[in-house]
Every structure is written in structure tokens, then in C-alpha cells.
Ligand binder design. Structure first.
Ligand code: SF4
Ligand code: SF4
Length: 361
């Protein structure tokens, strides 16, 4: 892949790779407010949303993973790491359509995969920065195995705003019980080097809360916060029924005040906000209704063949939005089988007060 196809349509200066690193992740409250706006923008009678495009987008530039984690559907399937990559012309065409919509606030060049398996990831980031402009937050979540200092430098120079490393453990023993085929000490070293490098790229450490790491949660937060990382806590989800061990892995949920806040949100909106605000694009251009749908049961369009509006605001996606809006998410897959479907499942919710990268893989 080359970067030539962005050509004269390139816009927006690349942000300087210097300056002070912020202490909190970008766009949290703002994006939450916009997601609520996305919900209220939906007109169930007209079966359309007033939003011209998604607020956030995940694009799968490569498939597969070099890890096998106990809470991930990847562990129960045979995907070869890097078996498919997105064609560059398709990737650029999608970005240009998104620029036309003018709505995107966050771009994650990844979906249900390990993004650093894409050898051209830095070029993809650079293209996204050039096409979507300096205001868009580019967010990468990785298992960190391939995040060498050299690769981290390339990605920072290309324009990544947030690099989130999924670690989930404070000890080798716990890490080995959760994240298989990956080397804890190497990933810790990569992450420490990431934190030591100067520049504006923010570093987040993800802690996916589950039974196995419960005794290490406080230590994890303390140790990585002291090193300057932002800790992101999430719960495990069942990936719409794709994780057969979910009930055994999951922990009981948030503490009472947090739980009340989540329940209030569910009462207010009656349904999941996610498909009203986000788009998820597979390596061949097909758009998934939801990132949690690892079985690809619900494809709502194909950006390789259809214009953005036809996918984002078409009959397929709006029929399902309408069901969610009217409280009928339990009537169809993948929502019927999803552990995140309101009424809230306390086992699966992100812990409030932390910024959710929300299942960027
Ligand atoms: S959780 Fe992430 S690192 Fe682990 S197997 Fe799944 S995609 Fe790979
Ligand atoms: S309920 Fe689950 S599957 Fe349905 S849109 Fe929400 S997160 Fe996705």
C-alpha cells in the first residue's frame, strides 16, 4: 500500500508531534452528550436519523489476532492473524465519504482484531488525519505485543491521539491466565517505553474486569497511574453470545452509586445508544450493525457498493434502530443475545467515571 492515493484531496495539517500530554482522555462527556443527541435525532415515524453520519467509526483494516484471550471470541475461532487486509482504495473512499458527512469525532482503525498486524497502519492513520482533519481523535487499542518503540514512534508521527494498551493484569501469573500467546514482560516494557517517549499522544491502559483479575484491580490502577497512564476499566461482555465462558468469567458489577447512574441512563433512553452514533466497517466494506456482533449476523450495508447515506440511514439499519427505540431490542439478533442490552446487565457495564474505548476491537 502506498499513500499516493490521498493525492490533492488531502486536507488539514498533521498535528505537531510535540506539546504536552493531556491528563484525561479526549471527548468523554462531549461524545456522551452527542450520543444522547444521536438518540433524540432519530425519528421513529420517518425511520431516519437527522445525523448525516456517525459520530465515531471503527474500520477493520486487518483481520485476526496474535493473541488468544479467555474473554474473546477470537479464542473460539480459527482466524489466521492478518489473513485479510482492507484494500487501500476502499479505505480512502470510505474516509472521503465520512469527510463529506462531517460528523466524525473519533476514528478507530480497528474492529475485532489486533490493529498492529496491519503493516500499513501508520499510513492508514496518516491518511485518516489528512482526509478527516486535525479535529478528529484517532484512537488505537492494541494488545501491545507489536508496539515496539519504533512502531510507537511511527504511529505517533502519523497522528494517533490515543494509544490504549490492553493489559488486564498486574502480574505475569494473572496475565498468563487471561491473555494467552502473549508475552507479559515484553508488553510491559513496550508500554513503559511508550510512556517515556515525549509527545502529545496519550497512553491508556485497559483493565477488563473479570473474576481472574479482581484481586489485582487496585494494584493495577495504582501502579499504572503512578507511571502516568490513564486507566480505562471495562467489564467483559458476551459478544452477543460468542463467548461461551462469559458467565464464569464475569464479575459482579459496579458499586451502588455507579449502578444507579447506569440504571438511570437505561431508564432515560430505554435502549442501547451505540447504533445511533457509531458505524463499524469490516475489511471488505460491509457495515456491521454493532461491534459486539462477532458472528457477523447483522450486516446493514456495504460501503464498497453503496453511498454512505444509504448505509448509515438506510432501511436495514433504521428498522433495527426503530426496534431498539421502541424497546424491542430483545426481538432480534444480535441484540437479543447481547449482555449489554438494557435493562442493564451489571456484569457487563463499563465502570462509570472511566473513559470507555468501548469495544474498539
Ligand atoms: S481480546 Fe484482543 S488481544 Fe485478546 S484475542 Fe481478542 S482481539 Fe486478540
Ligand atoms: S444491545 Fe448489544 S448488540 Fe445491540 S446494539 Fe447494543 S451493544 Fe450492540
Amino acid at each position: 500500500m502506498t499513500s499516493s492515493s490521498t493525492g490533492p484531496s488531502e486536507i488539514g495539517p498533521q498535528p505537531p508531534e510535540n506539546g504536552e500530554r493531556r491528563k484525561s482522555l479526549p471527548l468523554g462527556p462531549q461524545l456522551a452528550a452527542e450520543a444522547r443527541q444521536a438518540w433524540t435525532s432519530y425519528d421513529p415515524a420517518a425511520r431516519r436519523t437527522a445525523l448525516a453520519g456517525p459520530l465515531s467509526v471503527q474500520i477493520q483494516t486487518v483481520t485476526g489476532c496474535n493473541g488468544r484471550c479467555v474473554m474473546c471470541p477470537m479464542t473460539e475461532r480459527e482466524d489466521r492473524p492478518g489473513a485479510h487486509t482492507m484494500d487501500e482504495s476502499l479505505y480512502v473512499a470510505i474516509l472521503e465519504r465520512l469527510r463529506g458527512a462531517g460528523t466524525v469525532r473519533i476514528l478507530a482503525p480497528m474492529l475485532q482484531c489486533e490493529p498492529l498486524l496491519d503493516p500499513h497502519l501508520a499510513t492508514r492513520v496518516r491518511q485518516a488525519r489528512q482526509i478527516l482533519g486535525p479535529q478528529v481523535v484517532i484512537w488505537v487499542t492494541t494488545n501491545g505485543a507489536l508496539l515496539t518503540p519504533e512502531r510507537a514512534g511511527d504511529l505517533a508521527s502519523a497522528g494517533v491521539d490515543v494509544m490504549e494498551v490492553s493489559l488486564d493484569a498486574a502480574s505475569q501469573e494473572t496475565y498468563g491466565a487471561i491473555r494467552q500467546r502473549l508475552d507479559f514482560s515484553k508488553i510491559v516494557a513496550n508500554t513503559e517505553a511508550l510512556l517515556a517517549r515525549p509527545g502529545r499522544m496519550q497512553v491508556a491502559l485497559r483493565f477488563t474486569r473479570q473474576q481472574a483479575n479482581a484481586p489485582e484491580e487496585a494494584r493495577f490502577v495504582k501502579e499504572w497511574s503512578a507511571r502516568g497512564a490513564i486507566v480505562v476499566k471495562m467489564g467483559v461482555t458476551n459478544r452477543c453470545g460468542s463467548v461461551s465462558t462469559f458467565e464464569r468469567l464475569a464479575r459482579s458489577g459496579a458499586a451502588p452509586p455507579e449502578r444507579q447512574a447506569l440504571l438511570a441512563k437505561d431508564l432515560l433512553f430505554r435502549g442501547c445508544l451505540l447504533p445511533f452514533a457509531r458505524m463499524h466497517v469490516l475489511y471488505d466494506g460491509r457495515a456491521l450493525f454493532c461491534c459486539e456482533d462477532w458472528r457477523e449476523e447483522c450486516v446493514v450495508g456495504d460501503l464498497g457498493r453503496q453511498p454512505l447515506d444509504e448505509v448509515w440511514n438506510g432501511e436495514a439499519v433504521n428498522r433495527l434502530r426503530g426496534l431498539i427505540h421502541s424497546g424491542g431490542a430483545g426481538d432480534f439478533e444480535p441484540c437479543r443475545s447481547c449482555s449489554r442490552r438494557p435493562p442493564m446487565n451489571p456484569l457487563a457495564q463499563t465502570v462509570p467515571g472511566t473513559q470507555s474505548a468501548e469495544e474498539r476491537r
